[in-house]
Design a binder for this molecule. Structure first.
Ligand SMILES: Cc1cc2nc3c(=O)[nH]c(=O)nc-3n(C[C@H](O)[C@H](O)[C@H](O)COP(=O)(O)O)c2cc1C
Length: 188
């Protein structure tokens, strides 16, 4: 198995992080990997918002908690009442990829870009975890305004489609769950 496929198989969602910030050069490499994802008609309709200010990440966590508590999903409401509720796992870096909502396929473009970034991080020994709550906040009533109020603005006409935290892992590498069977149909 080659190194790239091994990296893909080794990537796991990490949910405990060291407080030290990731290396700046490695962050730039991760972002570069994100910029080299395929996009519909090569539009590259994305913008990368990198948050490394702990106070700002904490403010966003507060908004996430409110959107969980206001959700009509009972499990989300229950999670948000837990004392250790922590959507970003104290990771030092959060990246939100927003996309031009008028592009051909902004959701797919941004998600593929984030997938590249998660794999690039794994290859560099940096842990990561997709976090969905920034998109939930944005989608809630007055969500865009609440984000703007705390200083998170996206380019005009752009919406957040993908978000993930990055940092050095402070936990043993989780085991991959079993893969579903019967997921391939060969037509030859
Ligand atoms: C669309 C999407 C949303 C996710 N949202 C979250 C999230 O909000 N918080 C979280 O801890 N993990 C989240 N995850 C990570 C999944 O829980 C994780 O990928 C899955 O359990 C498989 O584990 P693995 O990534 O270690 O292989 C999300 C993954 C995807 C693809």
């Amino acid at each position: 198995m080659n190194e790239t496929i091994q990296t893909i198989l080794n990537r796991r969602s990490i949910r405990a992080y060291e407080s030290r910030q990731i290396d700046e050069h490695e962050l730039q490499e991760i972002l570069l990997a994100g910029e080299y994802a395929p996009t519909a008609m090569g539009q590259q309709p994305w913008h990368f918002t990198v948050l490394q200010n702990p106070d700002l990440i904490e403010k966003l966590q507060t908004l996430c908690k409110a959107s969980f508590l206001n959700s009509d999903n009972a499990s989300l409401r229950e999670i948000a009442t837990r004392e250790d509720f922590q959507v970003f796992y104290n990771a030092p870096t959060l990246v939100i990829i927003s996309g031009n909502s008028k592009a051909i396929a902004p959701l797919q473009d941004c998600v593929l870009s984030m997938a590249n970034m998660l794999l690039a991080a794994t290859s560099l020994g940096i842990g990561s975890c997709w976090v969905h709550s920034p998109m939930m906040v944005y989608g809630s009533a007055d969500g865009a305004a609440s984000l703007s109020n705390i200083g998170i603005d996206f380019p005009k006409g752009y919406e957040p489609y993908a978000a993930a935290v990055f940092g050095y892992s402070a936990q043993p590498l989780p085991k991959a769950g079993p893969r579903n069977s019967d997921t391939v149909t060969m037509i030859r």
